[in-house]
Design a protein around this ligand. Structure first.
Ligand code: DBV
Length: 258
C-alpha cells in the first residue's frame, strides 16, 4: 500500500479501521484551535508489515496522527489494524505544563478475545486538589452515567491505579452484535462527552506560575515514563515491527516527554 502521509495531520487511510469515528470527532473538536503538525518522521507516520504463516501472510498497518496547539504540547493517535479483527486506537492528548490541565487518554483495543475500552482525563498530579478539581466538579457524574451502562473492565495493574482518575471509564465487551451496540449506544456518546469536557478545560485554562509549571512538569514526566515503561502493547509492536523500531516509537513518539 502506498504511503501518502507526509505530516502528522494528513488523514488516516486504514481500510476497515474500526475506530474512525473517534479520531474524526477528535479532529473536529480541535478545529476550534489553531493547530500545526506535530514533528514525526515518515518512518513513524506510516508503517506496514506482514505476519503469520508464509502461505497465508496477514497485513498489519500502523499510522500516526498528531498535532500541537498553543496550549497542547502533543495530541497524537496510534492507529493500528492487523488482519481483519485486531484494531487499536491509542490516543493521548498532553497539555503544556504551564496549564493546570490533565491528560486525555483513550485506549480502544479490539482483539480476537473482545473489545477493551479505557477512557479517562488522567491527572499529572493525582493528590493535588487544585489539579484534580475537574474530577470532583463534573467528570464523576459523567463517568457514573456511562459506567453504569457497561460491564466492568476488571482489575488493572495496581501500579497503574495512580495514573487514573475516579472518572476512569473502563470496560471489556464482547465481539459481535452486542458489542457493536454498546460501542454505538454508549462508548460513542461517552467519548463525545469526555472529549468536549476536556476541550472546555483547555479553552478556559489560564497560564500558571513558573513554580507551578515545574511541579506540573514533574508530574507529567512521571506519567509519561510509566506509560513508556509499562506499555501493554510493547510485545505487539515489537512482534509486528521489530524491537528497535518499537522502542523508538514508544519512547520518542508516543511518550516523548521523559
Ligand atoms: N496501549 C498503549 C499503546 C497502545 C496500547 C501506546 C499502540 O499505551 C494498546 C498501542 N492496551 C493496548 C493493547 C492492550 C492494552 C491494554 C494492545 C491489550 C494488551 C493485551 O491484553 O494483550 C489502559 N490498556 C490496556 C489495559 C489498560 C490500558 C488498563 C489492560 C491492562 C493491561 O493489559 O495492561 N492507559 C492504558 C494503560 C495505562 C493508561 C495501561 C497506564 C497508565 O493510561
Amino acid at each position: 500500500m502506498q504511503n501518502n502521509r507526509n505530516n502528522s495531520l494528513d488523514p488516516i487511510s486504514i481500510r476497515n479501521w474500526r475506530w474512525n469515528y473517534f479520531l474524526d470527532k477528535t479532529i473536529k473538536g480541535f478545529s476550534i484551535f489553531q493547530s500545526s503538525p506535530y514533528p514525526i518522521e515518515n518512518d513513524f507516520l506510516f508503517r506496514e508489515s506482514f505476519w503469520g504463516s508464509n502461505s497465508n501472510p496477514k497485513k498489519v498497518i500502523l499510522e500516526t496522527w498528531g498535532l500541537k496547539t498553543e496550549k497542547i504540547r502533543q495530541a497524537r493517535c496510534a492507529c493500528l489494524q492487523a488482519g481483519e479483527i485486531t484494531s487499536v486506537m491509542n490516543l493521548v492528548i498532553s497539555p503544556f505544563n504551564n496549564y493546570d490541565v490533565p491528560f486525555f487518554g483513550a485506549d480502544f483495543v479490539t482483539l480476537p478475545s473482545g473489545h477493551l475500552i479505557a477512557l479517562d482525563l488522567q491527572p499529572a498530579l493525582k493528590d493535588d486538589l487544585i489539579h484534580t478539581k475537574y474530577v470532583l466538579g463534573k467528570l464523576k457524574s459523567i463517568h457514573a452515567n456511562w459506567q453504569s451502562k457497561l460491564p466492568s473492565g476488571g482489575d488493572i495493574p495496581s501500579e497503574a491505579k495512580k495514573y487514573f482518575s475516579p472518572g476512569f471509564l473502563w470496560t471489556r465487551i464482547p465481539l459481535g452484535e452486542d458489542g457493536d451496540k454498546l460501542i454505538n449506544q454508549v462508548i460513542k456518546p461517552a467519548f463525545d462527552e469526555y472529549l468536549n469536557f476536556f476541550l472546555d478545560l483547555v479553552t478556559n485554562a489560564k497560564r500558571v506560575s513558573p513554580e507551578r509549571a515545574s511541579i506540573l512538569l514533574n508530574g507529567q514526566k512521571k506519567y509519561m515514563r510509566y506509560r513508556a515503561e509499562k506499555d501493554p502493547a510493547r510485545g505487539m509492536l515489537r512482534g509486528f515491527f521489530g524491537d528497535i523500531w518499537a522502542e523508538n516509537y514508544i519512547n520518542n513518539i508516543l511518550f516523548d516527554l521523559q
